[in-house]
Design a protein around this ligand. Structure first.
Ligand code: F6P
Length: 342
């Protein structure tokens, strides 16, 4: 078969490992041919295509970003968008199937296109780990490692100055990165979108840490809202999907902690550092297994399916099931961590 690959939405460590694994699996074990669409759906809609041979994916597992480029183009927009145009484009290019590697937005578009009969299978990607149907998405482990390393580093400078440090991590709708890095780094408080907390709670943790003579460390997801806030904090305008660009809640919380408790406080926003650089070994393995499984789904003609990991097994689930709701942090998981706060 001739298979087209695309990576769409925000990038994520492990995308290249998926590309490599799909291409190798298809060429070695099925005699497939591959092309890559540049910049996500844009490349498919505008026929911006590059050949992907074995040589092109050499050594790619360890490389961050995506060699295909990514964008947040909606495949239904523009004069060449929409299912009918895309069907004709695939025919013209001789492409039999598309493997779409992306997050919630990409998978939603893929699902709509497969409803119209297009041959697409999905691979979940997100550092936020918010896609349902899969226990984990690749990129998450790398982001957690980077955030944990940041906490370890912040701790030593915090202790030297007896300051409070607030680390802001990504997580638009869910708090998995904050929860995992916070637990791993031994944070004294973790703030996530699904759990509203008050400044009194946060200051209570900080004061209790200070009473023991330690320097408090608090981790906050960018999408966290204090109980006094209606919406997540945003002051950077809108993104390509007209969603508010988040970021800055760490600064607000650090300033309030200092004002209320008198403990000198600093905030650090990790931002895109969490998405850059080489994937961890765990993410490379997951991405490789998912990339290989996606090719199997193509040969099984599993259009509208998404590859996923459940426990130790790679499985296939309907994309529709995966996008029905976000994978949020269950309250019990937060409450478990909370027992050690302060
Ligand atoms: O979707 C993943 C994510 O990391 C979110 O947590 C964050 O809000 C967003 O990407 C930021 O992405 P960009 O700056 O590329 O729009």
């Amino acid at each position: 078969m001739r298979i087209g690959l695309l990576t769409s939405g925000g990038d994520c460590p492990g995308l290249n490992a998926v590309i490599r694994a799909s291409v190798l699996e298809g060429i070695i074990n099925h005699g497939d041919e591959f092309v890559g669409f540049r910049d996500g759906w844009r490349g498919l809609v505008e026929q911006d295509v590059i050949p992907l041979g074995r040589h092109d994916v050499r050594g790619l597992s360890r490389q961050g970003g995506t060699i295909l480029g990514s964008s947040r183009t909606n495949p239904f927009d523009g004069p060449h968008g929409g299912a009918a145009n895309i069907r004709n484009t695939l025919k013209r290019l001789g492409v039999d199937a598309v493997i779409a590697i992306g997050g919630e937005g990409t998978l939603t578009a893929a699902s709509r296109l497969t409803d119209k009969g297009l041959p697409i299978v999905g691979v979940p990607k997100t550092i936020d780990n918010d896609i349902s149907g899969t226990d984990y998405s690749f990129g998450f482990d790398t982001a957690v490692e980077i955030a944990t390393d940041a906490i370890d580093r912040l701790r030593t400078t915090a202790e030297s100055h007896k300051r409070c440090m607030v680390l802001e991590v990504m997580g638009r709708h869910v708090g998995w990165i904050a929860l995992y890095s916070g637990i791993a780094g031994g944070a004294h408080g973790i703030l996530i979108p699904s759990q509203q907390r008050s400044l009194d709670d946060v200051c209570g943790w900080v004061e209790s840490v200070r009473r023991r003579g330690r320097a408090p460390v608090v981790v906050v997801s960018e999408g966290f809202t204090l109980d006094s806030m209606e919406e997540p904090h945003s002051h950077k305008g809108l993104d390509a999907f007209d969603r508010p660009r988040l970021g800055g809640i760490g600064d607000i919380i650090a300033a309030q902690i200092e004002r209320r408790t008198g403990v000198e406080s600093r905030a650090v926003a990790l931002g895109h550092l969490q998405r850059g650089g080489a994937p961890t070994a765990r993410d490379r393995v997951l991405a490789t297994r998912l990339g290989m499984a996606a090719v199997a789904n193509v040969h099984a003609r599993g259009w509208g399916s998404m590859v996923a990991v459940r426990g130790l097994d790679i499985v296939s689930v309907p994309i529709a099931e995966a996008i029905a709701e976000l994978q949020r942090v269950p309250a019990a998981r937060y409450e478990e961590a909370e027992r050690l706060f302060g």
